[in-house]
Design a protein around this ligand. Structure first.
Ligand SMILES: CCCCCCC[C@H](O)CC(=O)SCCNC(=O)CCNC(=O)[C@H](O)C(C)(C)COP(=O)([O-])OP(=O)([O-])OC[C@H]1O[C@@H](n2cnc3c(N)ncnc32)[C@H](O)[C@@H]1OP(=O)([O-])[O-]
Length: 783
């Protein structure tokens, strides 16, 4: 647990609790015993604390901290802290790997800190809804000042060894053998006075400015926290660091107790474990096929078909993970742009050597030898089937063929091949090299081995892979459908787009539904609706009632926006208007290519491009192109679509556009909707409860096997606020299933033709029988 040895006058305590050397109560007890022994032994004049194996302690053991062993764990943690801080012999911490949370706090309580260059330190408790409660909020500001401490603790960010040295958090970077160096360092400081080495005895360098600093950062923290209580509570604790140390520690303990007993901490800890638990997948339809029984194929090389935004992002992810990639694109210009983007991104990440792993081609035969192909062409079933037909002929028979689709039928794509068992969906989220979620979709014939292969791929490339079944929109986009519909119905009844967005953003989402579609592109959903024959490129299908499709209520407002060319941020036109937007920006959008300075009118370009989607993707992707407002635009105003939201080039700040508000008002009048005042609570409930209700359908149909799979999809792919634990956790633990059912009953009685408000049979059943979502399909849950 903590191995004791001596090297002459130096006692070495090595924490040995593999794999992360986390602090359990027994480890801490062993540390206390070791420290007492070293203090008692007159031959020992200094002490080194280190981690055995791959890392310095990564903090308190969460299973103990969050379980029944919390009290003895905390009491032992305090005992270690006291022993270290008051020890009359110098204590040197030798840091390698990751010194996190309580591990880093132990190091801060010690007198000296040495680290290897690759070491990382951090106080990540805020991500678990807690604060660094073993003196972290009191000692860190005494070294780096209140301002930096607020930044480091409220972000929980990693501090690399070199940065730690600059900040004064470590005393020396050790290049050679850490333990050997630490022993000789300890020997060199024996007998020196320790008072100025005790961080607890120092004063905070910017103590006189604490209120000023807190005031200045509060607004930013509030904005970033989006309803999470931990960041602001961390600030309160840091504020107390200007008090005498004992008083500050007492304040830290009180605030830690407050956080630890909050529902948000429980939610964030659930997220931590769920992120890891999704790796322990099992097939929703056959539990015998799971992460233990199914063996993945080894993937060393991947072909990516399509070098648009998604294809380039996927390629970057694969290269960063050290895989060989063959990127295929039939359009030379597009391919060149992709190469430039990939090069630039990898260079920014100082990973230019990874470019040598990339082959680019316009020739399908180059894919003959890859282990797997990820197709990332336009979201068009016909096109995807054509690509798969080709891939089936060209690639080796054992190669896995994956489609990056956001909702098309995997079985139909698989049917275009003679190897449906090797066909699977891999739904990446944009930007694919940044977003952590990978929604993996199995088809009727996808083999266990293929499923295991894409789940393994997710881990290899640092994504959170979630296995789901095949249905329109899969899990994420399918659940988003009712949410968007309800947001639109709210517009009909009287709220404006910005009211809906504000209510959802106050709940904790980074973006409300309208700003989100503006960002993603209003035309994406429009194309999908056209393909599903819910609308056409010219307006509603003939002989169709304006507000109904196939018996369901339908709001045509987004189609109307698209018909008027209001496609979202990428065209500078969306659902809200920018503060900085000049009047003439409303008229036209111009594109200037940085390479030769040539300027094009976007709408003229559109006229010469096969599809709008192609052009948009092309432009979005273009490294050498900038959208800009042009005063001459006014000259061509007769071409210009009026915009729903307007976005200044380079800015994302949106303001309501009077043109759109007028359009909505006219629409209400035309269809006899009476405007009424709608509360934020109703907005949030109707949008989110309809989304969650769809989640129950998804579980009922076996599209997702566990509620936590849905939560992880929403947390990592859709910006669901982390401190609420995800949609299914939130509704079960915070709202209550019964309350959800009653609310849905009320709303569905009021809106009988909004089918997504009809409570799902599974929800009814669970409320009737007192069932629990956590128990559904979950066998290994740690919570
Ligand atoms: C008055 C009150 C006073 C309170 C005092 C509080 C003191 C202190 O401030 C509290 C803390 O230290 S809070 C703690 C602060 N520390 C943190 O928050 C550290 C959180 N951990 C991490 O950031 C990452 O896990 C690492 C970077 C450590 C490793 O990353 P990686 O190499 O990619 O590996 P991986 O896949 O991530 O994990 C592998 C396995 O380890 C498991 N596990 C992990 N940490 C655990 C823990 N602490 N414990 C137990 N288990 C932990 C993880 O679940 C997984 O299990 P599975 O069964 O295999 O699925």
């Amino acid at each position: 647990m903590a191995e004791y040895s001596t090297y002459g006058s130096v006692a070495v305590l090595q924490v040995n609790n593999p794999p992360l050397n986390t602090f359990t109560r027994h480890v801490l007890q062993a540390l206390v015993s070791g420290l007492e022994r070293a203090q008692r032994d007159p031959a020992v004049r200094s002490i080194v604390i280190a981690g055995k194996g791959p890392t310095f302690p990564a903090g308190a053991d969460l299973e103990e901290l969050l379980g029944t062993a919390a009290a003895p764990l905390l009491s032992n943690l305090r005992m270690v802290d006291k022993h270290v801080d008051t020890c009359q012999k110098p204590i040197v911490c030798a840091i390698h790997g990751t010194a996190l949370g309580g591990g880093f706090e132990l190091a801060l309580a010690s007198h000296y800190r040495l680290a290897v260059p690759s070491a990382t330190l951090s106080l990540p408790e805020v991500h678990l809804g807690m604060l660094p409660g073993a003196g972290g909020t009191q000692r860190l500001p005494r070294v780096v000042g209140v301002k930096s401490a607020i930044q480091l603790i409220t972000s929980g960010q990693d501090i690399k060894a070199q940065q730690a040295l600059t900040l004064g958090l470590v005393d020396k970077i050790v290049q050679g053998d850490l333990l050997k160096e630490a022993v000789s360092f300890a020997r060199s400081v024996e007998g020196r006075p320790l008072e100025d080495r005790r961080i607890s005895q120092r004063t905070v360098p910017d103590a006189d400015k604490v209120d000023e600093v807190v005031e200045a950062t509060r607004k930013t923290i509030l904005r970033k926290a989006r309803g999470a209580i931990a960041p602001l509570t961390c600030v309160q604790a840091i504020q107390a660091s200007v008090l005498p140390f004992a008083a500050g520690m007492a304040r830290e303990a009180d605030l830690m107790t407050y956080l630890m007993t909050s529902w948000q901490a429980a939610a964030q800890q659930y997220v931590f474990f769920s992120e890891r638990e999704v790796r322990q997948w099992s097939h929703p339809r056959d539990k015998h096929i799971n992460f233990r029984t199914a063996k993945p194929t080894v993937i060393k090389s991947v072909g990516v078909v399509g070098a648009g935004t998604m294809g380039a992002g996927i390629t970057i992810s694969l290269l960063q993970a050290g895989l060989k990639v063959v990127l295929l694109e039939v359009n030379k210009k597009q391919l060149d742009k992709a190469i430039a983007v990939i090069q630039k991104t990898l260079r920014q990440k100082s990973a230019s050597q990874k470019m040598s792993q990339l082959t680019t081609t316009m020739d399908y035969s180059q894919l003959s030898d890859v282990d797997m192909v990820i197709e990332a062409v336009f979201e068009n079933l016909r096109l995807k089937k054509e690509v798969f037909r080709k891939l089936d002929v060209i690639t080796k028979p054992q190669a896995v063929l994956a489609s990056n689709t956001s909702g098309l039928d995997i079985d139909k794509i698989a049917a275009a091949t003679k190897r449906p068992d090797k066909v699977v969906g891999t739904h990446f989220f944009s930007p694919a090299n940044v977003m952590r979620l990978l929604e993996n979709i199995y088809g009727k014939k996808t083999s266990a081995e293929t499923v295991a292969t894409v789940m393994q791929l997710a881990t290899t490339i640092g994504k959170v892979g979630v296995l789901v079944g095949n249905c329109a929109g899969f899990v994420g986009n399918r659940m988003l459908g009712p949410y968007r519909s309800e947001a639109l119905f709210l517009l009909e009844e009287g709220v404006d787009p910005q009211d809906v967005d504000r209510a959802i953003e106050e709940f904790g989402f980074p973006m409300g539904p309208f700003r989100m579609t503006d960002l993603a592109g209003n035309d994406i959903g429009w194309r999908r609706r056209i393909e599903a024959r819910l609308t056409t490129e010219h307006g509603p299908p003939p002989d169709t009632p304006a507000l109904y499709r196939r018996g369901d209520r339908y709001c045509p407002l987004p189609d109307m926006l698209c018909l008027q060319g209001r496609l979202g941020q990428k065209t500078g036109a969306g659902c809200m208007m920018l503060q900085e937007a000049k009047d003439d920006l409303t008229e036209n959008i111009y594109i200037r290519f940085r390479t030769d300075g040539s300027v094009f009118d976007l709408r003229r370009l559109l006229a010469h491009t096969k599809t709008l989607e192609e052009l948009i993707l092309d432009l979005l992707f273009a490294d050498d192109c900038a959208l800009l407002a042009h005063t001459e635009a006014a000259l061509m105003s007769h071409h210009a679509p009026s915009m729903c939201n307007r976005y200044d080039p380079g800015s994302r700040t949106a303001l309501p556009d009077p043109v759109v508000l007028q359009m909505i008002q006219d629409y209400r009048q035309e269809h006899g909707f009476k405007k009424r005042t709608i509360s934020s609570q109703e907005i949030v409930e109707r949008c989110l409860y309809s989304l969650i209700n769809e989640g129950f359908h998804v579980l009922d149909e076996g599209i997702a096997s566990r509620a936590l799979d849905i939560d992880v999809i929403y947390l990592f792919g859709y910006g669901w606020p982390r401190h609420t634990g995800g949609p299914m956790y939130y509704v079960e633990r915070v709202i209550g299933l019964e309350k959800l059912l009653r609310s849905l009953e009320t709303y569905s009685a009021r809106y009988p033709n909004h089918s997504h408000l009809q409570p799902s049979p599974l929800l009814r059943d669970m409320v009737a029988k007192g069932g629990s979502l956590a128990a559904l399909g979950t066998t290994d849950s740690k919570l």
